[in-house]
Design a protein around this ligand. Structure first.
Ligand code: NAD
Length: 367
């Protein structure tokens, strides 16, 4: 297969982790007889530096002409980076919101899976004397809600006042619910819909549409849960969840929480999908400016995102499995980037510390 992939290396650790993922995809292409053409585009801070805007129309056109987008991460340290002196709609993150909108990416899939090899890194206590073991996926609505509603800051009766607006229509809710139920059918057949229906009108509509969709999927178990309870249940008993579906802001927060219980945010991939097979694949974490340029970042989240790219955008199940097996194999062999090293010195002695590039090379070598 000839694959055209738009590649956004981005800022901070973005270029390091994207290089590692590209090496793994190269190994896949070699082994299975595919060809990959990368179309590199700038987004985020590096695009501001070059073009004065976080995303150009040309970059969007290039992305649209490809079968998928592989992305590192964008953004800098807001406390020191000059990018954050710019108005909000000109900052690096505006590029991300714009590309999601331009590409019609409304479903963000974030799996949170605890690799057995990393069970000791899970901050949750063992359960009944056994290491924790969970495998859930958060399906986050990506183009509506509070992040996209009208916002303003004004002075009302002499008091500085800010307003954000959360808007959802039934069509937006229906399509994300459909995505969640379809995914659940291929997994353990359980959907948990998360809202704040005791307070918000958007959540009450969310719940009504969710119930209607659930009726179309009698083979899938369905439940509603309030977002505050969900946050608690994720650290109490993550094993109870299979597919969690929720709106934009709740999904943003819950997916970071879910990522940390897997041991490191550096392990978690994500896919943003629209209609059809097109998707944007990126790690769940940010650009980690604190460790950028040191070759110590964990590239596994980006490598697992590349596996999702193979599976969802190009239908290459066998190749995606090969990437995931290779990741599992390096972990079994004790290779660990700095974020994965156990705190216990005795446990740490059993591991082999590796750099970002070495981790990428080792995974590629195991394909
Ligand atoms: P972050 O995820 O970049 O970093 C949080 C912490 O996790 C840091 O200590 C960092 O060193 C560590 N970390 C993150 N990824 C890691 C990896 N692969 N390996 C090892 N350690 C890792 O979050 P932040 O510090 O809140 O944000 C930094 C910048 O990233 C900001 O500009 C933010 O807007 C941006 N951001 C971008 C995206 C994206 O590109 N999709 C997502 C979130 C944040």
């Amino acid at each position: 297969m000839d694959m055209n992939i738009a590649r956004i290396c981005g800022d901070g650790i973005g270029p390091e982790i994207t290089a590692a993922a590209s090496g793994v995809l190269g190994a896949i292409a070699l082994k299975y007889g595919h060809s990959i053409t990368y179309h590199d585009i700038l987004m985020g801070g590096c695009s501001i530096d070059r073009y004065g805007v976080p995303l150009t129309e040309e970059a969007v056109r290039t992305a649209k002409s490809c079968g998928a987008v592989l992305m590192g991460s964008i953004g800098g340290d807001p406390a020191v980076s000059p990018w954050y002196q710019l108005p909000p709609d000109k900052r690096p993150e505006a590029g991300l919101l714009a590309i999601r909108r331009e590409l019609g990416l409304y479903a963000n899939l974030r799996p949170a899976y605890l690799f057995p090899e990393l069970a000791a890194s899970c901050p949750l206590a063992a359960r009944d004397g056994k290491p924790r073991s969970f495998d859930l996926i958060i399906v986050r609505e990506l183009t509506g809600g509070l992040y996209f509603g009208a916002r303003r800051t004004e002075t009302v009766n002499g008091v500085l006042t800010a307003t954000d607006t959360a808007v959802y229509n039934e069509n937006e809710i229906r399509r994300i619910m459909k995505s969640a139920f379809e995914i659940a059918r291929r997994r353990r057949k359980k959907v948990t819909s998360v809202d704040k229906a005791n307070v918000l009108d958007t959540s009450r509509l969310w719940r009504k549409i969710a119930a209607a969709q659930a009726a179309d999927y009698p083979d899938v178990r369905f439940e509603n849960i309030l977002v505050d309870n969900c946050a608690m249940q994720l650290v109490r008993e993550p094993e109870q969840f299979d597919v969690i579906v929720t709106e934009n802001m709740f999904g943003d927060i819950l997916s970071d929480e879910a990522s940390m219980i897997t041991g490191s945010i550096g392990m978690l991939p994500s896919a943003s999908l629209g209609e059809g097979s097109f998707g944007l694949y990126e790690p769940s974490h940010g650009s980690a400016p604190d460790i950028a340029g040191k070759n110590i970042a964990n590239p596994i989240a980006t490598i697992l995102s590349a596996a999702m790219l193979l599976r969802y955008s190009f239908g290459l199940q066998r190749e995606a499995d090969a990437v995931e097996h290779a990741v599992r194999s390096v972990l079994t062999d004790g290779l660990r980037t700095a974020d994965l090293l156990p705190k216990d010195p005795e446990e740490a002695k059993k591991c082999r510390p590796v750099t970002c590039s070495e981790m990428g090379e080792q995974i590629a070598a195991r394909i």
